[in-house]
Design a protein around this ligand. Structure first.
Ligand SMILES: [Zn+2]
Length: 99
């Protein structure tokens, strides 16, 4: 059994344990009860100028891309100030262990 938690991630039972995995390549990103973003490859890009001259945010506003360390697919993005902690989504996947 698996539960799709986003367009790029799903919770899946692996060896009797709930794991977050990349949908594209099944690379494991950690247990379902822990944040997965620290297991991803992080790419931080300055937002200043990202949309041309229209976007003139300060140099500390970043676009963070979280990529699969195996296949490289972008798993999620967020905007943040430099040094901010990752935004952590909490998704109820308790139905995974009920099956
Ligand atoms: Zn992948």
């Amino acid at each position: 059994m698996s539960i799709r938690i986003s367009a790029t991630l799903e919770a899946r039972m692996v060896d009797g344990e709930g794991r977050i995995v990349c949908v594209s390549c099944s690379h494991p990103l950690g247990p379902t009860d822990q944040p997965w973003k620290p297991a991803a490859t992080l790419n931080e890009l300055p937002m200043k100028g990202a949309g041309g001259e229209v976007y003139t945010a300060g140099d500390d506003v970043l676009l963070r891309q979280f990529n699969c360390p195996s296949c490289g697919k972008v798993l999620d993005t967020e905007t943040a100030l430099r040094g901010d902690p990752f935004l952590i989504d909490e998704v109820d996947v308790s139905a995974l262990s009920d099956s």
